[in-house]
Design a protein around this ligand. Structure first.
Ligand SMILES: CC(C)(COP(=O)(O)OP(=O)(O)OC[C@H]1O[C@@H](n2cnc3c(N)ncnc32)[C@H](O)[C@@H]1OP(=O)(O)O)[C@@H](O)C(=O)NCCC(=O)NCCS
Length: 179
């Protein structure tokens, strides 16, 4: 039996900073959503690579909402951490902050969850170390990760709704329904 490696969430925590330039914006001078998604994919992939010490691919991206526009000239800071590792996949959470340096204002603009799968040299999914949460925030993200995984696997048609036990428990659904 192989003993699974343990790694703290902190070990792969990654910060990425970008400056919103004219080529990143739409005609309203706001950061384009697609550009932000590109950066989110990169910072999360680096985090997942650091956790697994493997090449990773993006398996899925959960919904991302844009509450307020991010302006040309803002400095974007993305902070990514692995919330939980499953077998070959890892969920990564990213917080996004937009800062206007001249006015000294900084707001949290977005957050997102992405899932990555670690691959070996042949492109086959390979087991990753367990992610060990330490502080309260890490523990809370770890706790919710199983439900989010079940939701995305049900939506992707990879899990039957009746198999999503932890997800069903928060909706208090009838446990007798099997389909
Ligand atoms: C992601 C991928 C490797 C999964 O391959 P697969 O043959 O389905 O492999 P498996 O069935 O063994 O699943 C592997 C893991 O992926 C997870 N997975 C697969 N599809 C998923 C999805 N839509 N959402 C979340 N996780 C998913 C599985 O739950 C499993 O996780 P686990 O091992 O932790 O339980 C494969 O679908 C792929 O290569 N997709 C393209 C990735 C890509 O090109 N991304 C963009 C560029 S990086």
């Amino acid at each position: 039996m192989t003993v699974r490696k343990l790694k703290s969430v902190k070990e792969s925590f990654t910060t990425m900073t970008e400056l919103v330039l004219p080529n990143d914006t739409n005609t309203l001078n706001n950061l384009m959503g697609g550009r932000l998604m590109h950066w989110l994919d990169i910072v999360s992939a680096i985090t997942a690579q650091k956790h697994s010490n493997r090449i990773v691919v993006t398996a899925s991206v959960d919904n991302i909402s844009f509450k307020q526009g991010i302006k040309l000239g803002n400095v974007i800071t993305m902070e990514a951490q692995v919330t939980r590792a499953f077998n070959t996949s890892m969920e990564v959470h990213v917080n996004v902050w937009a800062e206007d340096i001249p006015s000294g204002t900084k707001m949290k603009s977005n957050e997102a969850f992405l899932t990555f799968v670690a691959l070996d040299q042949n492109g086959t999914p390979v087991d990753v170390p367990e992610a060990i949460p330490e502080n309260d925030e890490e523990k809370s993200l770890y706790e919710g990760a199983l439900r989010r995984r079940q939701l995305r696997l049900v939506l992707a048609g990879r899990m039957k709704p009746h198999e999503a036990k932890e997800l069903k428990s928060i909706f208090n659904l009838d446990q007798n329904v099997t389909e």
